[in-house]
Design a protein around this ligand. Structure first.
Ligand code: GDP
Length: 595
């Protein structure tokens, strides 16, 4: 058994400093490069323990960390590689994560997204509060530890920093995590450390590295044990076309050994792909790259942890996030992969919406978040939105409009599908922040519900009251025509009217004002109204109040669903109507036992 370096992934909102931090980590040891200060991998950078000791010896001594691990292995392709690197099923890739937050901006959509993914995979993480140099009055001390630099700041600046750190503590608390500034943490297993840093000047990086080392040493050594002679396990970070090499896969090997000529198994969108390694490549040291213009060197074998490029036939359809296994006679790697493939495709519902994403990692993350929101998923696949997806979603839409939805994370709509999409009425929610996409989707669902409710409310007969104006009866009957004023609510053509005793008076045939025909009029409006079935002088008199005759069913719906949507005058009219109705039927409008 051997212990490998813990694999560290950096996550955070765009522009909060992931690249700058990784550049600093790479650059801080550049002087030591030749002395073995840093090992450049494909897609990763490894800082060996000796170098770490040199940079943060003091801290390591103070934290009484014993150096049993060989170094720290940073995945240095930030962005969505992070999702891939955090996948758990089929083997965790990242052992630890750094969540980077701009201390002046605080939590942003991708910060929440990252936290959700860390929660989902239960990955231990450290929060770095970046860009402390932007705090008003901060005096930069290049390369200093945070504590050293902090001590030299003016008291107001120190206070300002702490206030900002406590904002983060509050936000993390809302997300269910206890946290503290790292130097105030007393239990690293239950509290998350927040390390203020400046990725540009390097302030605080010493503590960050020491802290990662400490956590790994204390809590992770078991999961870092590797089997040096076992067939390798890894994860594909990227599938790339390289000039002269064809399609290659960049992968991180986290266990075992992989050799030139090995048979390996990987996954495309739906199937297992088996192939034989043509060559294993590592990056050439920078200096040699400059001389020879070549980027890679061939190696015969590598042992975990390592980031390598593999060339082999049949890699064209392999997906990012795919597991990679070296096949051997003893181990049943193939069956293991097939099982994983099954898990991914089976994890869907009979009905629901359609999800497309760019990598296995991001697909899992999207599916997980949607499930947490209780949103059913009909299918979840890797790849661009195709014509077939649109057709499937359009069929689903005919059954349930809310299922005629495609969630597209970090993928494009295939040009051939665009036309169909705009004609089908299928709703597309696309973007590269999961959090934003789900928010947009929820807003749409909410909007639809409101619109439906509004439509329903429109069709309900609402309370209204009108008065027959004195001296304005123009015609006695067939239909009776008279001047009226609306006293409460809105009166519409076709409504039935009743008098104050609850007797039927007639039905509104038409309304007219200054030669204009109206279908609905509201409180205060005066019009000439034609009333079918009514005889003026018999069914009503000048000065009478008439009420809209609300069907009992409509009354109950109003009472239960829309009472808060009525105006004050409608509200009063409703009470009057209820009273009138109950003259003839004392139980009118009461709810039955099973309603
Ligand atoms: P990413 O999108 O998370 O990879 O962010 P970048 O590393 O590209 O940083 C975004 C911007 O913030 C760049 O202009 C960086 O120079 C700047 N930046 C990053 N870290 C710091 C820092 O500590 N202080 C200051 N002042 N700017 C920073």
């Amino acid at each position: 058994m051997k212990i490998r370096s813990p694999i560290v992934s950096v996550l955070g909102h765009v522009d909060h400093g992931k690249t700058t931090l990784l550049d600093y980590v790479r650059g801080s040891t550049v002087a030591d490069r030749e002395a073995g200060g840093i090992t450049q991998h494909i897609g990763a950078t490894e800082i060996p323990i000796d170098t770490i000791n040199k940079i943060c010896g003091n801290f390591i001594a103070r934290l009484s960390i014993k150096d049993t691990i060989p170094g720290l292995f940073f995945i240095d392709t930030p962005g969505h590689a992070a999702f891939t690197s955090l996948r758990k099923r089929g083997g965790a890739l990242a052992d630890l994560a750094i969540l980077i937050v701009d201390i002046n901006e605080g939590f942003k959509p991708q910060t929440y997204e990252a936290i959700n993914i860390l929660k989902m995979y239960k990955t231990p993480f450290i929060v770095v509060a970046n860009k402390i140099d932007r705090i008003f009055g901060w005096e930069v001390h290049e390369g200093a530890s945070f504590m050293e630099s902090f001590k030299q700041q003016a008291p107001v600046v120190q206070t300002e920093l702490d206030l900002k750190v406590y904002d983060l503590v509050g936000k993390l608390h809302e997300e269910g995590f206890q946290s503290e500034r790292f130097d105030r943490v007393n239990d690293f297993s239950s509290q998350i450390s927040i390390i203020p840093i400046c990725a540009k000047s390097g302030e605080g990086i010493v503590e960050l590295i020491a802290m990662l080392l400490g956590l790994a040493q204390e809590y992770l050594t078991e999961q870092l044990e590797i089997h040096e002679d076992a067939p390798a396990k890894g994860t594909v970070l990227e599938v790339k076309e390289e000039t002269g090499l064809g399609v290659t896969v960049d992968s991180i090997i986290y266990d075992g050994v992989i050799r030139d000529g090995d048979e390996i198994a990987l996954m495309d969108t739906n199937n297992l792909v088996k192939t034989k390694i043509r060559s294993i490549l590592r990056p050439l040291p920078l200096e040699e790259m400059r001389d020879s213009k070549k980027k890679f060197k061939k190696v015969d074998e590598v042992v975990a942890a390592a980031g390598i490029k593999i060339t082999a036939p049949n890699l064209d359809d392999v997906v990012s996030g795919s597991p990679l296994r070296v096949l051997s006679d003893e181990e049943d790697a193939e069956a293991e992969l097939l099982k994983e493939l099954e898990d991914i495709t089976v994890d869907t519902d009979d009905e629901g919406l359609f999800v497309k994403a760019d990598t296995l990692g991001s697909l899992e993350a999207v599916v997980h978040l949607l499930k947490e929101m209780d949103i059913p998923i009909r299918s979840a696949e890797i790849g661009d939105v195709s014509k077939r997806d649109v057709i499937d979603a359009s069929i689903a839409k005919d059954e349930n409009i809310e299922h005629g939805v495609i969630i597209a994370f970090n993928v494009k709509v295939h040009p051939k599908a665009e036309n169909d999409l705009s004609n089908s009425g299928v709703k597309l929610f696309a973007g590269d922040v999961i959090y934003q996409i789900t928010e947009d989707y929820e807003a749409w669902v909410q909007e639809r519900k409101e619109a439906q409710k509004k439509q329903w409310l429109e069709s309900i007969i609402k309370p209204a009251k009108l008065m027959i104006l004195p001296k304005l009866i123009f015609r006695q009957s067939k239909p009776a025509i008279c001047g009226i004023e609306v006293e409460a609510g809105t009166v519409k053509q076709g409504y039935s009217l009743m008098n104050a005793n609850g007797d039927y008076v007639g039905t509104i045939a038409s309304m007219e004002d200054k030669g204009e025909t109206l279908t609905a009029i509201s409180r205060g409006q005066r019009v000439a109204m034609a009333i079918n079935d009514a005889i003026a002088g018999k069914d009503f008199e000048e000065g009478d109040s008439l009420f809209v005759d609300i069907p009992e069913k409509h009354y109950k719906i109003l009472e239960r669903e829309f009472k808060d949507k009525l105006n004050e005058d409608e509200f009063t009219a409703l009470d009057e109507i209820l009273e009138i109705k109950r003259i003839k039927d004392k139980d009118w409008g009461k709810f039955g036992l099973f309603e």
